[in-house]
Write a protein that binds this ligand. Structure first.
Ligand SMILES: [Zn+2]
Length: 395
């Protein structure tokens, strides 16, 4: 075992207390925001004599950043986890009870991602208590709004670009089953509108049917665009994808539809720029227009953009995390993921990042969300180990 013991009882208590405080993202049903959890984090840090700063991001919604100094000046190591959760609607368990059964702690956020937050808080508290000298300063950032618009990590990233904060690497807490996710996809989401010509549906030939025109667009995306994705296969995250995730159109049962809209959710791989991908759709659909008589369409500006990310498997942070995890969790390795995380926003401002935490992504957002307490203990132990032996320039 390492020099810093992690107490399973403390992990359980902290995670139960975090789960008991609702922090549903305000964008979702019953959304109350993260203020309760932010207060808890402040209090926990203060109780352990760890100074913190507060970043007001939106009214009533702040990031809390605990700061444990190291022996040597220079950029700190960042541990980052989000405080918000998705809605509790439809859950089959008490979302806030934090009941432990057979080693599993149940509740909304237990897995995504209060388990990670608990591991980070308990790890830095244990390090502080130990009085051991730290080779690197450590910041624990508990941030808002990962589940919707990433405003919390974006605010943190702005402080990094301005030079107010400086990091040599980041561990972003998400349920990876203690594997190390070093690459993940990004996305660009936008609408495509087809404009028809409405009229009486008893004489379909006198109008232009926007739904039938959209069918041509959908066929084109499936037959001409999607097959090309295989050429862009990425070794860790796979090929790009698109999903037509919504469709609306028409006005009444007896009217030729004058409009039809689809939503495109295009997932990008490392190396792809979301705006270039979107421009690519625009260009290709211009070509289609020449082949479909009367087709009028607009590719709208993206309403969501997120970046893909990739950190080298031989980066010192990745290697040192790998050796820190060994001994607490066997058989874990480097992974890619199809989902997005806060890590891409940190990587974007040149902070090498790894996604790592207890729990299974398959348990996130479910109606009986849970996390293995033992995995949370292992995560905290590995993080303490990582910090205690960290070398900014490698092993
Ligand atoms: Zn999450």
């Amino acid at each position: 075992m390492g020099q810093v013991e992690i107490d399973p009882a403390e992990i359980t208590r902290v995670l139960q207390e975090l789960v008991a405080i609702p922090s549903v993202n305000p964008a979702f049903e019953g959304g109350c925001g993260e203020a309760g959890v932010a207060d808890y984090v402040k209090q926990y840090l203060a109780e352990h004599g760890i100074p913190y700063m507060e970043q007001l991001v939106e009214p009533g919604r702040s990031n809390i950043i605990g700061m444990l100094p190291g022996q040597h000046p220079g950029p700190a190591l960042l541990l980052e986890a989000h405080m918000d959760t998705v809605q509790t609607t439809g859950m089959t368990i008490d979302p806030f009870a934090g009941t432990v059964t057979d080693g599993r702690l149940y509740g909304r956020g237990a897995c995504d991602t209060k388990g990670s937050l608990a591991a980070m808080l308990v790890a830095v508290a244990a390090l502080k208590r130990s009085g051991l000298p730290l080779p690197v300063g450590v910041h624990v950032a508990a941030v808002i709004d990962e589940e919707y618009r990433y405003t919390g990590v974006s605010r943190l990233a702005a402080s990094i670009s301005s030079g107010e904060l400086s990091y040599c690497g980041a561990v972003v807490g998400e349920p990876t089953g203690l594997h190390r996710v070093i690459a993940h996809k990004g996305c660009v989401r936008f609408y495509i509108d087809v404009h028809g010509k409405p009229g009486h549906s008893s004489e379909p030939g006198k109008g232009v049917n926007a739904i039938e025109q959209m069918a041509e667009v959908i066929r084109y995306l499936k037959e001409e665009i999607a097959p090309l994705y295989a050429l862009q296969e990425h070794p860790l995250v796979g090929a790009p994808t698109h999903c037509i995730s919504e469709i609306t159109g028409g006005a009444a049962p007896n009217t030729i539809p004058g409009s039809c809209r689809i939503t495109i959710d295009r997932r990008t791989v490392p190396g792809e720029e979301p705006l270039e991908v979107w421009q690519g759709f625009k260009d290709r659909l211009q070509e289609l227009k020449q082949n479909v008589p009367g087709l009028k369409l607009t590719v709208q500006e993206p309403f969501i953009i997120d970046y893909a990310m990739e950190t080298s498997g031989s980066h010192p942070l990745v290697l040192q995390l790998a050796s820190a995890v060994t001994g607490y969790a066997e058989g874990r390795h480097e992974h890619g993921a199809a989902y997005g995380t806060d890590a891409s926003k940190l990587a974007r401002v040149s902070v090498p990042s790894v996604v790592f935490g207890p729990g299974d992504i398959g348990q996130a957002h479910t109606d009986n969300e849970w996390v293995s307490v033992q995995e949370v203990v292992s995560a905290a132990s590995a993080l303490a180990e990582l910090i205690l032996h960290y070398r900014r320039d490698g092993m």
